[in-house]
Design a protein around this ligand. Structure first.
Ligand code: NAG
Ligand code: NAG
Length: 201
């Protein structure tokens, strides 16, 4: 776009000689904003070898003493890994009446995982029990109120064709269970809510 505007400007200056502009090195800013929707799989400590493939159902649960944990794998496929090196994981908050948040301290921990697309995932794969890399955290969403459409930036990671994150509750810290769930709503449906990956935005 910028290139063609420069060409037109050169054509219409009437200087007689047609000088082509020097091609510019692409920068991140010159790429348009791309957003990728996600697919979910659950990892459940009570059924360590079972697959749960709910697709759009997000759930994170952690009971005291870790006697019961549910985490969600959030995977993005077909990501354009070429033009930019950094992709951003974001969470678009659901409306308060479209989500359930329980417990004294529901904070999420987000791990990055390396996985092939559409491979089965079970509890034993959960990065939260495998000493994985923490990409970011999400504080108790009730602090300040759950505001529909609010975007929480979780963290940045190098773009890759398939990008996978494991999201679970942080340590409960008190004698209680912390819990959060919602149904992801991807575009073109509105209002959009849930996890998304962006670059160039
Ligand atoms: C949830 O709240 C929104 C307004 O924030 C309202 O439009 C919608 O109808 C509500 N949905 C339910 C199921 O109550
Ligand atoms: C990058 O994408 C490939 C192909 O989809 C996948 O196999 C690999 O695990 C991904 N690597 C990371 C670090 O996510």
């Amino acid at each position: 776009m910028r290139f063609s505007i420069l060409v037109l400007a050169t054509l219409f200056t009437g200087s007689g000689t047609l000088a082509y502009p020097t091609p510019e090195t692409p920068t991140e800013a010159s790429y348009s904003c791309t957003q990728y929707p996600s697919e979910f799989r659950l990892m459940n400590s009570r059924f360590p070898s079972r697959e749960f493939n709910p697709s759009t159902w997000f759930m994170a649960l952690r009971q005291q003493d870790d006697t019961f944990i549910v985490a969600t794998q959030v995977q993005f496929q077909g990501v354009d890994a070429n033009p930019v090196s950094s992709c951003t994981l974001e969470l678009v908050l659901p409306a308060p009446n479209a989500t359930l948040i329980l417990g004294p301290n529901p904070q999420l921990k987000v791990y990055q995982a390396a996985r092939d697309p559409i491979t089965p995932v079970t509890w034993l794969d959960y990065e939260g029990i495998n000493g994985g890399t923490v990409l970011g955290k999400v504080d108790d969403l009730r602090i300040g109120g759950v505001e529909q459409g609010k975007v929480i930036v979780v963290g940045n990671a190098k773009c890759n064709e398939t990008m996978t994150f494991h999201v679970g509750m942080a340590f409960p810290g008190q004698e209680w269970t912390n819990y959060w769930d919602f149904v992801q709503v991807n575009p073109p449906a509105v209002p959009v809510r849930g996890w998304r990956l962006t670059h160039g935005c």
